[in-house]
Design a protein around this ligand. Structure first.
Ligand SMILES: Nc1ncnc2c1ncn2[C@@H]1O[C@H](COP(=O)(O)OP(=O)(O)O)[C@@H](O)[C@H]1O
Ligand SMILES: [Mg+2]
Length: 337
């Protein structure tokens, strides 16, 4: 049993709501101590997966194993998981201290011991000076920390974090992301972190799971998923701006039964390059620029360049794709070849 602590296994999970298929056969194994990110567009089934693991909802088919144990008959409060919701779900009529003590009281932890643990968790998340406030007297970032502290106090085998950073503004999101990483390095508790944000997925996860339409499209280390996307969906979803995908190969020189892809950073402005294009727009982003171009056959290609590309809309220029970085997908199935 002990070696299975922190292992999550999902087998053929299915869940429909009326005619909506939220999960269409999800298999996944999360390793003990791993921080894995679950990323996908809105509606792809991310929250449903977490709710099924937490026991807040039941699958129509398939199995959930927590710590090596099938938890089909285990009620939510007995599962060794702690979930943090996007909207924090704090009790509005309780102070921070009351919110943090609540779960410990339910588990009949003695008052003095409970107070000690609450203080330790509050200090770790830098909210010790907020213990007497009510949720509506705090900012979103502070409420988020309280929700994390509450999860910490459950001392679970697994943390389930549902878009915990989504409602924070950019600087706070950046800081909190670093805090989450530090916390995980220290505790090494298995964590499934759900996000729709690809940057968050890439920078936080030891592995990334890409979900679309209730199916797992790819699982792997972030760089591997980026470098070798399993299908055209993953290719287009990870990367900003997205990969250029040319059905039939077209200007990139493929055959009819393939879709060829090349990322914007793998196309260079080069006077002797093989592709003739017209510049349509230049987006200067400070540290880099995005040049939007169009070929004679109408194909649009996005190019990532240094901050000052020296081209303007209307210019006729040439591009050189990096031949080692062309991606080949089946034109019908979209799968990588
Ligand atoms: N309780 C529910 N009732 C009806 N439809 C639901 C319910 N929960 C989720 N869904 C639907 O299931 C799909 C997946 O939802 P969800 O897991 O919340 O996606 P995500 O978290 O990736 O945005 C969506 O189409 C959503 O509308
Ligand atoms: Mg969700």
């Amino acid at each position: 049993m002990t070696d299975a602590r922190g292992v999550i296994r999902l087998e053929g999970l299915r869940r429909s709501y009326g005619r909506v298929t939220a999960l269409d056969g999800v298999d996944l194994e999360v390793r003990p101590g791993e921080l894995i990110t679950l990323v996908g567009p809105s509606g792809s089934g991310k929250s449903t997966i977490l709710r099924l693991i937490a026991g807040l909802d039941r699958p129509d088919g398939g199995r959930v194993y927590v710590d090596g144990q099938d938890v089909a008959r285990v009620p939510p409060h007995r599962r060794a998981v702690a979930m943090v919701f996007q909207d924090y779900a704090l009790y509005p009529h309780l102070t921070v201290r009351g919110n943090l003590l609540f779960g410990l009281q339910v588990r009949r932890v003695r008052r003095a011991e409970a107070e000690r643990r609450v203080r330790a968790a509050a200090e770790r998340l830098a909210i010790a000076d907020l213990l007497d406030r009510y949720p509506d007297q705090m900012s979103g970032g502070q409420r988020q920390r309280v929700a994390l502290a509450r999860a910490l106090l459950r001392e679970p085998s697994v943390y389930l974090l549902d878009e915990p950073l989504a409602s924070l503004d950019a600087p706070l999101r950046f800081a909190t992301r670093a805090d989450l990483l530090a916390l995980h390095r220290e505790l090494r508790t298995t964590t499934i972190h759900v996000t729709h944000d690809q940057h968050e997925a890439m920078t936080l996860g030891e592995r990334v799971v890409v979900l679309a339409g209730g199916r797992v499209r790819q699982v792997g280390p972030p760089q591997q998923v980026y470098d070798q996307p399993a299908d055209t969906f993953v290719a287009g979803f990870l990367g900003s701006p997205p990969m250029n995908l040319v059905p039939g190969g077209g200007v990139l020189g493929g055959k009819a039964d393939v879709t060829l892809g090349v990322r914007p950073e793998d196309l260079a402005l080069d006077a002797r390059g093989p592709l003739a294009v017209t510049v349509e727009a230049v987006e200067a982003l400070g540290s880099e620029a995005i040049v939007l171009t169009r070929c004679a056959d109408g194909t649009r290609l996005t190019v990532r360049t240094g901050p000052r590309p020296g081209v303007a809309p209307g210019d006729e220029v040439r591009l050189r794709p990096d031949p080692a970085r062309l991606h080949r997908f089946d034109a019908t199935t979209g799968l990588r070849r």
